[in-house]
Design a protein around this ligand. Sequence first.
Ligand code: DGL
Length: 265
Amino acid sequence: MDKRPIGIMDSGLGGLSVIRIMNQQLPHEKLIFVGDQGHFPYGTRTQQNVCHLALNIGQFFKRQNVKMMIVACNTATAAALPTLQAKMPFPVIGMIAPGAKGALQQAHHHSIGVIGTASTIENHAYEKKLHQLDTSVQVVEKAAQPLVSIVEHGQTGTVLAKQTVDEQLAVFDQQPVETLILGCTHFPFLAAEIQQKLGNQVTLVDPAKEAVNNAQEWLIKHDALNDTTLAPQSRLYSTGDVAVLKAGAEQWLNSQNYTCAHLEL
Ligand code: DGL
């Protein structure tokens, strides 16, 4: 039994797509979220810079005495996971290995598409992991950085969102895939638009589901679940404009059990 919080980080609202699943699957865990909106977006930064930012947040979580850290950001996972795992005194869970595993578990996974930020795709983070697990799969990668801004600016469900998804995913008209990895935590909030563009025959994989399964397995194995009977209040921090985080949380979270505040790191 361990009542300490779990630290979760992202560059912005994408982290909420992971918190949403945490709240469903592990509702008794207290979460401390850092949305690094003061440095948004991560996807156009160098990996070295993203690694530095992620480490800084890891240090904050250390001061908060968390029992685990979830990097709810594919870009930061690709740039910083091994460094965080080496330097932090708690387990650190990323998005990419769980996302690749989740895709390979689908019934039809001969051709797998990956959409992510400019950085995640340029570094072939998913392609490398998928081929490490199964050399026979075909991988079609597409950077879709403009979709990140659509979500961060609260423009999902608009005509602009639909147009941008259609443009960004046009590559899959020529190179169809059976399964698509949503390789950026902002993208599950555009799942409806993405599914409409690709058709129902394509399976969308949200890496957060497998990542949360991994977190749950670790907590059970190490007898570290929070045994409280009441769902504890989580803290959501933004290093940028807290009003943006608050609006995102109101729109996307399935719980009101949190407080929002600005964080200077
Ligand atoms: N949500 C993040 C990811 O999963 C990063 C988006 C960005 O800041 O560019 O990659």
